[in-house]
Design a protein around this ligand. Structure first.
Ligand SMILES: NC(=O)c1ccc[n+]([C@@H]2O[C@H](COP(=O)([O-])OP(=O)(O)OC[C@H]3O[C@@H](n4cnc5c(N)ncnc54)[C@H](OP(=O)(O)O)[C@@H]3O)[C@@H](O)[C@H]2O)c1
Length: 167
């Protein structure tokens, strides 16, 4: 069975997810949307993001991408990459992996992704940690919803495989 890979992220109008540390906006309804959509799911997070969000993942099954041995006890299980995470999900009886960042993990997972759920924030950061390029022709917008003023939730479905890993 193929594991469906869903990327969920909040991205500025100029393509950034962060200025370097933490999330650069305060959007309570978007946090609730993230919690609602990810509750109970298998997640993939980078070690930095996982550490920033310590305590968030009691209702989840977090897999943490790292090149190191994880200190113990952790809420998360360490994985070396996206394929290992997909294998873990399959072995655990799951069929979806939700990729929650940061940038290194979005970059690694983009070629495997079937769906993107983006909070498109109408702010310009002017620099920082970038979200990967959404290649034209590979994705189709299937749904748009306005949350609080200043952003939209946008769902993209893959229509064509890319040439990168997993593509
Ligand atoms: N706006 C959003 O939706 C959103 C979402 C999530 C995060 N963020 C932001 O993104 C920023 C963090 O992004 P980031 O890119 O710096 O960090 P990250 O992706 O959260 O974590 C990076 C870590 O992942 C591990 N890693 C990366 N590539 C790997 C690979 N190929 N194989 C194995 N392990 C690998 C390494 O861990 P080790 O060092 O342990 O080896 C690396 O230090 C933060 O500011 C966070 O707030 C924003």
């Amino acid at each position: 069975m193929k594991v469906r890979v869903v990327i969920i992220a909040a991205v500025s109008a100029d393509g950034f997810i962060s200025r370097g540390t933490g999330v650069p906006w305060d959007l309570p309804q978007d946090r609730a949307h993230f919690r609602r959509l990810t509750a109970g799911r298998w997640l993939l997070l980078g070690r930095r993001t996982f550490e920033e969000m310590t305590g968030w993942f009691r209702e989840h099954r977090p897999l943490v991408m790292t090149r190191r041995a994880l200190p113990s006890p952790w809420e998360g299980v360490g994985v070396a990459g996206v394929e290992e995470a997909m294998r873990r999900v399959e072995e655990g009886g799951g069929d979806e992996l939700w990729v929650c960042g940061g940038a290194a993990v979005y970059e690694a997972a983009m070629g495997y992704a079937d769906e993107l759920i983006l909070t498109e924030v109408k702010a310009h950061l002017g620099g920082g940690v970038a979200f990967p390029m959404i290649e034209e022709g590979e994705w189709e917008v299937t749904r748009r919803e306005v949350g609080e003023p200043g952003y939209e939730w946008v769902w993209y479905e893959r229509v064509r495989k890319g040439t990168g890993k997993g593509g």
